[in-house]
Design a protein around this ligand. Structure first.
Ligand code: ZN
Length: 250
């Protein structure tokens, strides 16, 4: 199975269009979206429509759930909470119905998919090796994919070696564009990065190419029209800061 893995689109239409065009240049059997299709950006309906058409799997993320009123925004930043309310008021019934039908995890594929983490599919940000080791210990699949942190990174732990006790140390790295992973051995927790709001210092939209027969993965980054996405945020009355941060990839 060749899968293109995308995550955290956050209603950024220019970024999503650029990623869909880039991945269409390569052969894919399926497209997997790890959630947070909306929230922050100005084009929730069009992004959901494109994901509905293109993705074979789409998870629900914490921002999607907040827009649906199923998750409290008390722990969200002020700008994020404002964006949640704006998105709820500016999304069609079809968009909300689609998001309401999604789950935060999917474990029937060759790799397990979670929006946030294997032990907390909605909320946990997996950023540190000790924490990743605990997640790698509880994940049923050998390879898991997570989104949520908006940082392209990966962790691995040796197969068998205390993996199930959670006491083994995971190795972890941030993954720049072009990073290739050999996944045939060991256990892995992989984040493709964010399509619509990268936070790892590279403002380009991120996606991951995964081959579950050869067990290889390649990280991709795609330039897109950030001016257009930022202007749409300003024009829609969303906090302008949400547009500015796109230029820095933060
Ligand atoms: Zn997100």
């Amino acid at each position: 199975m060749r899968a293109a893995v995308i995550s955290d689109i956050h209603a950024n239409l220019p970024a999503l269009e650029a990623v869909l065009e880039d991945l269409s240049d390569r052969e894919q059997d399926e497209i997997w979206c790890l959630g947070d299709t909306v929230g922050y950006g100005a084009d929730p309906d069009r992004c959901v429509e494109l994901v509905r058409e293109a993705a074979d799997v789409c998870l629900v993320g914490n921002h999607d759930l907040a827009v649906l009123g199923e998750l409290d925004t008390a722990t969200f930043s002020a700008a994020a909470a404002t964006a949640v309310n704006w998105t709820r008021a500016n999304s069609s019934g079809e968009t909300l119905a689609f998001l309401a039908g999604l789950a935060p995890l999917e474990t029937s594929r060759d790799a397990a998919l979670y929006h946030a983490s294997p032990r907390d599919p909605i909320w946990e940000y997996v950023l540190w090796p000790d924490q990743a080791a605990e997640c790698l210990a509880v994940q049923e699949a050998r390879v898991s994919l997570v989104g949520h942190s908006h940082i392209a990174l990966f962790f691995s732990i040796a197969d068998g070696e205390n993996a199930s006790s959670g006491s083994a140390e995971a190795r972890g790295w941030q993954a720049g564009a072009g990073t290739e992973l050999e996944l045939a051995a060991d256990r892995w927790l992989i984040n493709p990065g964010s399509v619509g709001q990268p936070r790892d210092g590279d403002p380009r939209a991120a996606w991951l190419e995964l081959d579950t027969e050869g067990w290889r993965a390649t990280y991709h980054r795609v330039s897109y029209d950030i001016d257009k996405a930022a202007q749409a945020i300003v024009d829609s009355g969303l906090p302008p800061h949400l547009g500015k941060r796109l230029f820095a990839g933060q």
